[in-house]
Ligand binder design. Structure first.
Ligand code: SAM
Ligand code: SF4
Length: 344
């Protein structure tokens, strides 16, 4: 049994025991995956995300454990099967072990994942595993230490890579490495990452740089399309894997001579939104129906009361306003200033 206070374990459980139909929207998309940002704070300064670092503007405190428990009870009653903890940098939260155990606890939640920049992965991964963490994504934008430092503002690539090795030693399979290729900084890394997965049993996922309201000029100067990466992979004999209809928008490629895989996340591709399978909640308790939308629903009034049923109702009522897709092609980035605010 996870080691956190029993008051937290029990809140809302009885009310949420009722079965609700799985969340499905008017476009037939099912939502069994919650991405929960547990903090907006980040210790890195990635040039495409928070180039000036986290700005300590007076913002509400992030959700506390009791609020998070209420939220998780509600999502689990609505058929959520997978929870990803993200941020900002989730590992800056001192109670991350407890949050992982809490996420794993409600009935029906089969998988708890974490997205991290890896700064303390080596020291922490064993206790996260003990708490119930099933999967990790680690952001590594370059395998060249100087480039990594230029992009993230931290000269700690070897430390991050040692954390990944440690996770493999502990038995994590299919670790995902998130990399954003940038025209002016790390374009040469495509080949380097491909070489790397020849022997590394990980999936490197190239995420297309996304435009947000904070990075418009940077976006124009640095965008590399996922389609151009895909063409290079196909030329080298990589083949696209067939994925389940509800598996989400990432495309995955394998190659018989390589231990690892390559993934592509192409938010500008035409079918990206059709396979959307996730809902997001910010660290302040706002439900975001789309990463690039402006419709947010404030769940905090219910979470503050420990009101699982009210939270369930608010989530269900909000789903019909989820749009069929984003409008990034028209330069409309919604209310998201940067991805650190809701976790990407
Ligand atoms: N701090 C953690 C990390 O970096 O892994 C979790 C939060 S971060 C917002 C989640 C992912 O979003 C990272 O892999 C990061 O590279 C990606 N990301 C952030 N801003 C982005 C942008 N403008 N375009 C594409 N990906 C972005
Ligand atoms: Fe922080 Fe992650 Fe954004 Fe980098 S991408 S600044 S690590 S939140």
């Amino acid at each position: 049994m996870p080691n956190y206070p029993s008051a937290v374990v029990q809140s809302g459980t009885a009310e949420a025991g009722q079965a609700y139909p799985t969340l499905e929207d008017t476009y037939g998309r099912r939502f069994q995956y919650l991405r929960l940002s547990v903090t907006e704070i980040c210790n890195f300064r990635c040039n495409y995300c928070l180039p000036n670092g986290y700005q300590n503007v007076s913002k509400p405190l992030p959700l506390n454990q009791v609020e998070i428990d209420t939220l998780l009870q509600a999502f689990s009653a609505l058929g959520t099967r997978k929870v990803r903890l993200t941020g900002g940098e989730p590992a800056t939260r001192r109670d991350l072990d407890t949050l992982i155990a809490m996420a794993k606890s409600p009935p029906g939640i089969q998988k708890v994942a974490l997205t991290t920049n890896g700064y303390n992965l080596k020291q922490k991964i064993a206790s996260w595993k003990q708490a119930g963490l099933d999967a990790i994504n680690v952001s590594v934008d370059s395998l060249d230490a100087a480039q990594f430092s230029r992009i993230t503002g931290h000269d700690i690539l070897p430390k991050v890579l040692a954390g990944i090795d440690r996770a493999i030693e502990l038995g994590y399979s299919n670790i995902k490495i998130n990399a954003v290729l940038l025209q002016q900084f790390n374009v040469d890394q495509l080949e380097r990452f491909v070489d790397w997965v020849k022997h590394m049993p990980v999936t490197v996922r190239f995420i297309e740089l996304m435009e947000t309201s904070d990075n418009r000029v940077f976006f124009r100067e640095n965008r590399i399309t996922g389609e151009s990466i895909k063409s290079r992979l196909m030329e080298q004999g990589w083949t696209e894997k067939q994925r389940d209809r509800f598996a989400g928008p990432a495309k995955e490629f394998s190659h018989p001579d390589y231990k690892g895989n390559i993934g592509l996340i192409m938010p500008y591709s035409k079918d990206f939104c059709a396979t959307c399978n996730r809902l997001r909640v910010s660290s302040e308790g706002k439900l975001h129906l789309c990463l690039f939308g402006d419709s947010q629903v404030d769940l905090r009034p219910y979470l503050l009361q420990g009101d699982v049923v009210g939270t369930i109702r608010a989530i269900r009522q909000s789903l019909p306003i989820k749009k069929s897709g984003h409008a990034l092609h028209d330069g409309y980035t919604g209310s998201t200033r940067h991805l650190a605010s809701i976790g990407g």
